[in-house]
Design a protein around this ligand. Structure first.
Ligand code: F6P
Length: 367
């Protein structure tokens, strides 16, 4: 059966911001391709940059041994390179060119029949672009932000949440000793998944997410009240994309050539300063930042990556091209690749998760 299959050699790329669990997915893809289907795998170094540079490295059972539990990606990644928009400077003038046809030639000359792309919305957009050019492509969703459309979970999310919860546990003790308000900024771009789950798991008093614009006067009133009635310290979790009612997100930097140029950050410090003024209580801010992307994947992310890796190879071998494996209703399914391409999934403010948090007395800055 395998001999009749048009796919004999697949390429694998990890694109966008890294996260824990990418190596688990790489290992699972390699194992399934070789042991179940008898086909070979090559890795593309440094995200889509490697395709532009015509670089491929053989992956096998031996050179992927020991990577399953390792954080990051042994292939490297990039969140600034797109083959569809390559910056070129001619006569001192900068413009952008589409080099995707050149990449298609690179795939052909390397004898690659299909591509598995492990990435978030930006990376899956490029994957879909190659699928439209006739390449056999399947996507695997990853991002600590958990904001990819079409899947309820992405690789890396639960590790980021675990790291944040561990940090919150530590901040509780020092906040309690000094009767302070600790404001903890977490990543997540324009979605509040990390902040929400970290705040729920880390017993935060206040959670500010992009999906619910906040009013700091209301937060301050709540903190003053809890200070009198419940406890002498408070934990406030702020998503990097959180914004005040009628206000804008806080931008840390703009990376011009990146497919998604805006990098958020800084709202935590602003919130801490304003809350100190409004409450008269001592506030401190901490930014967890890239710590959330580091370290070994938790067990759940390894298992999710394993299931996605196996399903992605199977999808290719069964001819389900231009699709993405997705976690839905407790099972792994296939969705059209364009479902995840360039589209995000946000926290529903009316969801049971939010309702449950409000039932516990957690404040979202809006009431
Ligand atoms: O998408 C993952 C993510 O970590 C976001 O949460 C964050 O906004 C962004 O990437 C940071 O990107 P960079 O690594 O370029 O600073």
């Amino acid at each position: 059966m395998t001999s009749q299959n048009p796919i004999k050699k697949i390429a694998l790329v990890t694109g966008g911001g890294d996260c824990p669990g990418l190596n688990s997915a790489i290992r699972a893809v390699v194992q399934t391709a070789i042991l179940e289907y008898g086909i070979s795998v090559v890795g593309i170094p440094n995200g889509f940059k490697g395709i532009l540079e015509n670089q491929f490295v053989p992956l096998d059972l031996s050179n992927t041994t020991g990577i399953f539990s390792k954080g990051g990606t042994v292939l490297g990644s990039s969140n600034v390179d797109s083959p569809f928009r390559v910056p070129v400077t001619k006569d001192g003038k900068k413009s952008y060119e589409d080099h995707s046809d050149k990449c298609m030639e690179h795939f052909k000359s390397a004898g690659i029949d299909a591509l598995i792309v492990v990435g978030g919305d930006g990376t899956q957009t490029m994957a879909h672009g190659f699928a439209k050019k006739g390449l056999k492509v399947v996507g695997i969703p990853k991002t600590i932000d958990n904001d990819l459309n079409g899947t309820e979970l992405t690789i890396g999310f639960f590790t980021a949440v675990s790291t944040a919860v561990e940090a919150l546990d530590k901040l509780h003790t020092t906040a309690e000793s000094h009767h302070r308000v600790m404001v903890v900024e977490v990543m997540g771009r324009n979605a509040g998944w990390i902040a929400l789950f970290a705040g729920l798991g880390g017993d935060a008093d206040v959670i500010l997410i992009p999906e619910i614009p906040f009013e700091l006067e209301k937060v301050a009133a709540f903190l003053k009240d809890t200070h009198h009635t419940r406890k002498k310290y408070s934990i406030v979790v702020v998503a990097e994309g959180a914004k005040p009612v009628g206000g804008k997100v806080t931008v840390q930097r703009v990376i011009e050539d990146s497919p998604e140029p805006t990098r958020l950050g800084g709202i935590g410090h602003q919130v801490a300063i304003e809350l100190e003024n409004l409450t008269g209580r001592e506030c401190r801010a901490i930014v967890l930042g890239h710590l959330l992307r580091g370290g070994s994947p938790v067990g759940f992310d390894r298992i999710l990556a394993s299931r996605f890796g196996v399903a992605a190879v199977k999808a290719l071998m069964d001819g389900h091209y231009d699709s993405m494996v997705a976690y839905r209703n407790d099972s792994v399914e296939l969705v059209p690749l364009e479902t995840g391409a360039g589209k995000n999934r946000f926290v529903n403010p009316e969801s049971l998760f939010l309702e449950g948090a409000r039932n516990r007395g957690i404040h979202f800055g809006d009431s």
